[in-house]
Design a binder for this molecule. Structure first.
Ligand code: S5P
Length: 260
């Protein structure tokens, strides 16, 4: 039986990676496969958004380098909100350099990502050394890595043999817990797919983003987590109400998949 036919709870119990276990348990507890992409420019906006969507999400996805007044107090406050609302943190850093360089970028610098982000991600364009470099920093801290096996944007180049290589590398590297992509990629190991480019109404934006529904992505394609940004906090939106709506839509799509 395919992993996408199993419950998140069962997959959590069977999983060998403690972080994946923690994530699946969280999803089951909160009845949520929703991650919010918090692409906002200030500390105050990020904290307010995290506090509002917190009850409805399993994962908060950050782009920490967007925040113009970043400091370590932001991290402390985000961690407090993660505790308060019971969610995990994913820094969407998209590393793409040689192993030695990403080690420095992941563990150090201003952001010290490995100290606070449960998940981060990378492109495998430099080859497998990028995974090894990130693993040297992240594994001892119990972190997990997602590979960008596909992207959501128009004309993206992560297709075919490149996507297949991502899957191959993911299966054999224990630091990898999943993918960014649009579907379930393999049955060789229980790797979690998180999918951005989710919208209940818009079909895209002016810069190449393309949106699909939770039903297509979760029910039909077997992806595990939906990542939603502007669909939740775009102009004039009631953030908590939208988060609840996307949470319910994502969970309904998952229940429909189990019933297939
Ligand atoms: O292929 C991708 C991969 C990612 S991680 N396409 C994406 O859009 N993303 C991220 O998902 C992107 O960086 C942004 O943070 C979020 C989508 O935001 P939205 O406002 O379009 O929902």
């Amino acid at each position: 039986v395919s992993f996408s036919q199993k419950t998140y709870a069962a997959r959590g119990q069977e999983h060998e990676h403690p972080l994946a276990k923690q994530l699946f348990a969280n999803m089951e507890r909160k009845k949520s496969n929703l991650s919010v992409a918090a692409d906002v420019a200030t500390k105050a906006e990020l904290l307010l958004l995290a506090d509002k969507v917190g009850p409805y999400i399993c994962v908060l996805k950050t782009h920490i380098d967007i925040v113009e007044d970043f400091d370590m107090d932001l991290v402390a406050q985000l961690q407090a909100l993660a505790e308060k609302h019971d969610f995990l943190i994913f820094e969407d850093r998209k590393f793409a350099d040689i192993g030695n360089t990403v080690k420095l970028q992941y563990g150090g610098g201003i952001y010290r990502i490995a100290d606070w982000a449960h998940f981060t991600n990378c492109h495998v364009i430099p080859g497998e050394g990028i995974i090894q470099g990130l693993a040297e920093v992240g594994m001892p801290k119990g972190r997990g890595l997602l590979l960008l096996a596909e992207m959501s944007s128009k004309g993206m180049l992560a297709t075919g043999a490149y996507t297949d290589k991502n899957v191959e590398m993911a299966v054999k590297n224990e630091f990898v817990v999943g993918f960014i992509g649009s579907r379930r990629f393999t049955e060789d190991r229980d790797l979690i797919t998180m999918t951005p480019g989710i919208g209940l109404h818009a079909s895209g934006d002016a810069l190449g983003q393309q949106y699909r529904t939770p039903e297509t992505i979760v029910t039909k394609n077997g992806s595990d987590i939906i990542i939603v940004g502007r669909g939740i906090y775009g102009p004039g939106k009631d953030v908590a109400a939208e988060a609840q709506r996307y949470r319910d839509a994502g969970w309904a799509a998952y229940e429909k998949r189990l019933a297939k």
